[in-house]
Write a protein that binds this ligand. Sequence first.
Ligand SMILES: [Zn+2]
Length: 409
Amino acid sequence: MELSKNKVMPIRGKVQHYAWGGLSYLPELLKLPVKKGETYAEYWLGAHSMDSAELEPTDKGKILLKNYIDAFPKETLGATVAEQFGQLPYLLKILDVKDMLSIQVHPSKANAQKEFEEENKKGTALTDPQRNYKDDNHKPELMMALSEFWLLHGFKSIKVLERILHEIPELHFLVPVFGNGNYKALYQQVMEMPQGQLNRQLNTLLDRIVPHYQVGKLKKNKEDFWAARAALTYSKKGDVDRGIFSIYFFNLVQLSPGQAVFQDSGVPHAYLEGQNVEIMANSDNVLRGGLTPKHVNVSELMKHLKFEPTSPHIISGKPAGADIDIFPTAAPDFELGRIHLSKARDLELVSNSTQLFIVLEGEVKVTEKGSDGFARKKGEAWVSFDAAQSNLKAVENSVIYRAAVPAGN
Ligand SMILES: [Zn+2]
């Protein structure tokens, strides 16, 4: 492979067709032909080993961004990031959540390293569905809503959770288990409950609420709405999904477009509905707690969950210049930026490590110093490698998202 003289290039990401995805949002954004019966869940922009973005075809043919970065780590990532991470540290995604997706938690970096090693020693193949740790990395995540967005995020406060357990007759039996805030005992009780008992316990609840859901009488700001929807989506062959309990235990959060939430290791969460931009550390370590047909390993999940209340912290963009907002988090791996550029305005950019950009609205012209430049319209993306200098000019009023490594790295 040859090092290109250009440091700023158009790229194309990859669509993931998970079953929970929507039918039209991503095809419309990316101008893809819609296949009947196909779901469009995630658009990945990054250099993840499972599905890397591609540099847009040149006369050299198809080149994966991951392979290009692996071949020229210092030139693309810069010496510091190449040394510290040895790879592009983040993955940027656009999600369209039509059906709620699994309740999950991610391990800390230290735990991921330890557990990944242990599974390697045991000889569990990476492709084995029983495998819990796919790599040795943590997976903190930031998500910013592109539409009205609903999610579950962390345990409710003691007071609110006590009230829910009192209010819902079918959950009364958990009042003494939770006591004055014993989150672990509460969670353990429902996650380890035999399936038969769980069915009996939850079927009474579902028999009561599902008919209301089906005639449109439940509101999205009530747990019953999502519990009924989960039952219709995930309860198979008469067995009720135990994740339904968690809908009542976790904070039900509604975000407006532009609002973001950070999910650090140990915080349970689940996406329920809507579109978002998500940026995360380059990892695939997910431990699941229900609302899924996938592998649920309760003892592994319990190891990483923080059994404490979470008060959801809504993050808004902070201005970092006239046209850019950033969404700062504690993660050293990534930083999400949002550029609003009105028609005819332009912006000079200097890349710190590898940065990825995607246009969500409008059209821009991207010109690297000393080159002709290229146009990028809605749904189109580009990469800017370390120390590249470029000019961004808005052909129309434009909104662009930028994935970067935080300055200081
Ligand atoms: Zn997650």
